[in-house]
Design a protein. Structure first.
Length: 286
């Protein structure tokens, strides 16, 4: 058959057809092919320990710390520079750091795919982390990301309001004075108590709706609603174990912020890989 160059109209028609297929695949990804959430399994504390060990092994195997160093840490560095130059933003430094807990599931999407392929002994590289954004996954992952970003923004607004109620409304004079106000005044202690309490509520919400959601979306042809309902079922069936995992994540993330958030380069990949193995322990494949 003789190949022809074509014309702009045929190019446009082909482009629209391809775009239509992509949109159709993304829409199918939102709906999925499964109509009922699976029966989830019981998780134990031993499962958490095993997941962390496997997560650490994947971290060493795939060198995903380098990926986070290249992609994530420059953003963190820019944020720190902005905070250092604007004292009015100092009260938001800790809330933003804690916000990594809320956005972590999205940041770890590529890690789930690397661990998934690693279970099958596939040739796993950084390309696997990007291949997760294929058409059937883009729709539900994007919608879930928007939900988590919305929750993150609500947390930041809540933290700002808590500061206004306690140590505000004036910005702190300096970082040292801000630290003294927190440690030595009743308003500072009230800010800490309210902030930790409200932040814990946001973190518990995100943990419940996202613990197994994104790994399940990547691994199975389920819709977003089924994946979220399954994650809620895991949390409801295993409240103590899931709460323990939440405390482990919070503790490691706190350590990861020291010094200057450098520890997150190690902590985030390990937790991301480990979350994949928690999903595999809790949710059967259809």
């Amino acid at each position: 058959m003789v190949k022809t160059i074509g014309n702009p109209l045929s190019w446009a028609a082909q482009g629209l057809s391809g775009a239509g297929h992509v949109v159709g695949d993304a829409t199918d990804g939102l709906r999925g092919k499964v109509t009922q959430p699976p029966e989830v399994k019981t998780l134990t504390i031993e499962d958490l320990g095993l997941a962390l060990r496997k997560g650490y092994e994947d971290f060493k195997r795939f060198r995903s710390d380098v990926m986070f160093l290249v992609l994530i840490y420059p953003i963190i560095g820019i944020c720190l520079a902005v905070f250092a130059s604007n004292q009015a933003l100092l009260p938001m430094l800790f809330p933003l750091g804690a916000g990594f807990l809320l956005l972590g599931p999205i940041a770890a999407v590529g890690l789930y795919e690397m661990s998934r392929r690693g279970e099958r002994d596939d040739d796993v590289g950084w390309g696997a982390a990007l291949s997760v954004l294929k058409a059937q996954n883009v729709g539900p992952i994007l919608v879930m990301a928007l939900y988590l970003i919305g929750i993150f923004l609500l947390w930041i607004l809540s933290a700002m309001q808590i500061y206004q109620w306690t140590l505000g409304p004036q910005p702190p004079e300096s970082l040292g004075q801000f630290a003294l106000d927190i440690a030595l005044t009743g308003a500072g202690w009230m800010m800490v108590i309210l902030g930790v309490s409200v932040g814990a509520c946001f973190a518990a919400l995100v943990l419940a709706i996202s613990l197994t959601t994104l790994p399940m979306l990547i691994d199975q042809r389920v819709g977003l609603v089924i994946a979220v309902v399954t994650s809620l079922k895991v949390a409801r069936k295993n409240p103590v174990t899931v709460a323990a995992w939440g405390l482990v994540v919070a503790a490691l993330m706190l350590l990861g912020t020291l010094p200057a958030f450098l520890g997150l380069i190690v902590v985030l990949p390990i937790l991301g890989h480990a979350t994949w193995y928690i999903y595999r322990a809790a949710v059967p494949r259809s």
